[in-house]
Ligand binder design. Structure first.
Ligand code: GLA
Length: 387
């Protein structure tokens, strides 16, 4: 058992006297398909070996006690008084609230959680926090929700108290991840396939820009609104249900005059990104990783210029990566406005890439970035407690 898992269990035994259940809830990467999950697109995420550990036990009262070990903060609430708060509390309370909204009979419990997903890194620590608790409640109270239902519950939870109108990708990957695989998820039907991730000779390296712009969640919701507005205009001109029914950007011309430039650019990005992700899935099946990598660069360009969710620091990291022969694909990952870039890097070039990119980045921004070589992992699960 790793040290974080041990320290979560240790904190639990120091604060509470009962024997807890124990769970692991992973963060996620996304290879391609960004900002299209809430636009009925396709995405290609995987759960990873960075996540959140949860030790939880029922306490036979009406009170819920949380200890967030990463923040060294306690919080207690009566189950009948669950309401919006702030910070990490909103994520856990909103999950509890969603179970209550379903009319599920849950009682008080004691809970310690903590993990190793850097906050604001774009690896979705929020979905890991939500997913771990939802899974725990579902198990402890024998509620019987499926993994897909749990993912949907967690998505509703994020829309709730935290007020981030996210798509389904993060919560879905958190629940349904499979080691050595990526998920090709159809965000409209929630049909999904696992693809073996055979990156022979390559690894996935995340570079954390260590910047996180505070407007991120507000800007995220604004992107979503732009797309909804654009789709509304498009629908007046053609019989489409969603962006995936628009075959190419030429087809958008008919509605362009009625859209503001920003709305048009967002629609254009979404149409292109949906097509790109479908193409990328074929390339992955053919194991054509270099061609796949090219599409990642294209995605970044679109996210930066059209969707406007990048920032100076991320653009710099991707540009550096582009000039580095060992890197075959690079782009910002997740919601944007900071966090990580995801890079596919030839194994023998990883060390020098990390070293050079970090040095250049530090010279430019006076920030030391962090690098993580990530592996895929299974979705949220129960862990055995070993001594
Ligand atoms: C965040 C959201 C996801 C998704 C990505 C962008 O991670 O939680 O639903 O929209 O941004 O692809």
């Amino acid at each position: 058992m790793n040290t974080i898992a041990q320290s979560v269990l240790k904190s639990f035994s120091e604060i509470f006297s009962s024997q807890p259940y124990f769970f692991y809830s992973p963060g996620r990467i996304n290879l391609i398909g960004e900002h299209v999950d809430y636009n009925d697109g396709f995405v290609m995420p995987a759960a990873i070996d960075k996540g959140v550990y949860y030790a939880v036990a029922k306490n036979q009262t009406d009170n819920i006690h949380f200890y967030a070990s990463d923040f060294d903060e306690h919080f207690s609430v009566n189950i009948n008084a669950v309401k919006s708060d702030d910070g990490w509390r909103n994520y856990v309370l909103s999950v509890v609230n969603e179970f209550l909204k379903l009319g599920k009979n849950i009682g008080g419990f004691d809970c310690v959680f903590g993990g190793d997903i850097p906050r604001g890194s774009g690896m979705s620590s929020s979905a890991a926090v939500e997913g771990g608790l939802a899974f725990a409640i579902n198990e402890m109270y024998n509620i019987g929700l499926s993994r897909v239902d749990l993912a949907l519950l967690c998505q509703r939870a994020e829309h709730g108290f935290p007020n981030v109108k996210c798509g389904i990708m993060d919560q879905f990957a958190n629940m349904n991840g499979k080691k050595d695989h990526v998920i090709l998820l159809d965000c409209k039907s929630l049909d999904y396939q696992y693809f073996p991730l055979l990156l022979k000779g390559y690894k996935i390296v995340l570079l954390n820009s260590k910047v996180h712009h505070s407007l991120a969640s507000g800007e995220y919701n604004i992107r979503r609104q732009r797309c909804e507005e654009g789709l509304g205009i498009i629908k007046k001109h053609m019989p489409v249900q969603s962006f995936r029914d628009i075959k190419n950007i030429e087809a958008l011309a008919i509605a362009k005059n009625e859209m503001s430039p920003k709305v048009y650019d967002c629609c254009r990005f979404v149409v292109e990104e949906i097509a790109r992700t479908q193409k990328a899935a074929q390339l992955l099946q053919q194991n054509d990783i270099p061609a796949f990598g090219k599409l990642m660069f294209e995605t970044h360009e679109g996210l930066s210029k059209l969707y406007e969710v990048s920032c100076e620091e991320l653009d710099f990291l991707v540009e550096q990566a582009h000039n580095f022969p060992a890197v075959i694909g690079s782009r910002l990952m997740g919601g944007g406005f900071g966090g990580c870039t995801i890079n596919i890097v030839a194994e023998d070039g990883i060390d020098s890439f990390i070293e050079d990119a970090s040095r250049e980045y530090q010279q430019q921004f006076n920030i030391v970035p962090e690098a993580y070589i990530v592996e895929t992992a299974d979705g949220t699960n129960t862990l055995a407690i070993t001594p």
